[in-house]
Design a protein around this ligand. Structure first.
Ligand code: SF4
Length: 385
């Protein structure tokens, strides 16, 4: 049997920063027992103008589920207070699906036999031109996690091209050291999203069997290294359904909250992914995280962190996405293709998909769905002078 490396020990090329945030998040999560909260705790939480950490715990507990309608209404009020009726639109672009990690729930994992591909600079530019033509002004660049096949320079070059066509450029690639973040930021990246997947390190170990991603603390400290490297924003997420989703959602919120307190200028964002079936394995599913539970988590994020951006991805269906942007989410993807290439609708796709998407609407269709609901689609709220 393949020998597994110690998931709590940094590898030599990994930067170690001086931070107590991981320990504080883990110890708060370990102390959290969702079953201890009652309906009156939830009602008390709803009455507070500013939600405390304990309120957040109550809002994520099973006792909050029967009050979901009231919670959603409170979240809607909070969202309108800070974001009006605007909803940001963007699209992800997968530029490479090579991956050296073995995450057992993901279609890109190094043992899954799929078509691997990587776009060259010319192909990236071609894809971006096609995306820019749809009117989008924000792009999220994604890769599988292979520093060998998509090194920092390759990602930097992709950011430089993206900068020519888009006002906002996000990255969802392998975690980097702060000097590497500084470099890709100088190339044009504005924000970094990293999914922690689960904050339960024992569970994490059983799901991430090989590769750099196996090192738990290096991943948890990614957002901080990104901010140290000059990034304007950082995104957080647990992949709901991998472990106890209530505790994972709590840890995700706590992580974001502590980072916000330490770096008040940071733009904080949440993603709310649930497990999806993957290529060669359609048995993977979100287990006990059904739509009401997912909505509960999203509303709890909104009420605890009123200014945070919340993204709703195409893992969810059209109906759910259209409803949740009217309640708590502030960012929605459109025209999504999770394979490699093919955005122009003409060239052949080069590589396979990461997971199955549920909402395949193009930019115009999502735009129209938003305006039909009286919402204002926003392509970018940054003005460059
Ligand atoms: S989740 Fe990310 S790191 Fe893990 S196998 Fe998939 S692409 Fe690679």
């Amino acid at each position: 049997m393949e020998e597994r490396i110690d998931h709590m020990k940094y590898l030599p090329d990994m930067e170690q920063i001086d931070s107590d945030i991981m320990d504080r998040v883990i110890s708060a999560m370990n102390d959290y027992d969702p079953s201890l909260y009652t309906e009156s705790d939830v009602r008390r939480a709803l009455e507070h103008d500013e939600k405390t950490v304990d309120d957040f715990k109550a809002l994520l507990s099973p006792s909050a589920l029967p009050l979901l309608e009231e919670i959603a209404e409170a979240a809607r009020v909070e969202t309108k207070k800070h974001f009006g009726n605007s909803v940001n639109m963007f699209t992800p672009l997968y530029i490479s699906n090579y991956c050296e990690n073995y995450c057992i729930y993901c279609g890109f994992n190094c043992h899954n036999k799929i078509h691997r591909a990587k776009l060259n600079a010319e192909e990236i530019e071609h894809e971006m031109q096609a995306i820019a033509k749809t009117g989008l002004q924000e792009i999220l660049l994604l890769t599988g996690e292979s520093k060998k096949m998509s090194d920092v320079k390759y990602i930097g070059e992709a950011c430089k091209i993206a900068r020519k066509y888009f006002k906002v450029v996000g990255l969802e690639v392998y975690p980097m050291n702060s000097d590497e973040y500084r470099y890709v930021h100088e190339c044009g990246a504005d924000y970094v999203t990293v999914f922690q997947e689960t904050y339960n390190s024992d569970k994490y170990e059983t799901l991430h069997l090989a590769g750099h991603k196996r090192i738990f603390p290096y991943r948890v400290n990614t957002q901080e290294r990104a901010l140290m490297g000059g990034m304007r924003g950082v995104g957080f997420a647990a992949l709901l359904g991998l472990s106890d989703f209530r505790k994972d959602a709590f840890a995700t919120g706590m992580h974001a909250y502590l980072i916000q307190r330490k770096y008040p200028h940071a733009e904080i964002a949440f993603s709310c992914p649930r497990l999806r079936p993957i290529i060669n394995n359609d048995k993977i599913n979100p287990k006990d995280v059904h739509e009401p539970q997912l909505l509960q988590v999203i509303c709890a994020y909104r009420l605890f962190m009123p200014f945070a951006s919340i993204t709703i991805s195409t893992r969810e269906c059209q109906r759910f996405r259209d409803n949740v942007v009217d309640i708590a989410a502030t960012k929605i993807s459109a025209g999504v293709d999770v394979g490699i290439g093919g955005h122009d609708g003409e060239s052949e796709k080069k590589g396979d998909e990461q997971f199955e998407i549920s909402d395949g609407r193009n930019v115009d269709e999502v735009y129209k769905a938003l305006t039909d609901k009286g919402l204002q689609p926003v392509m970018s709220d940054y003005i460059y002078v």
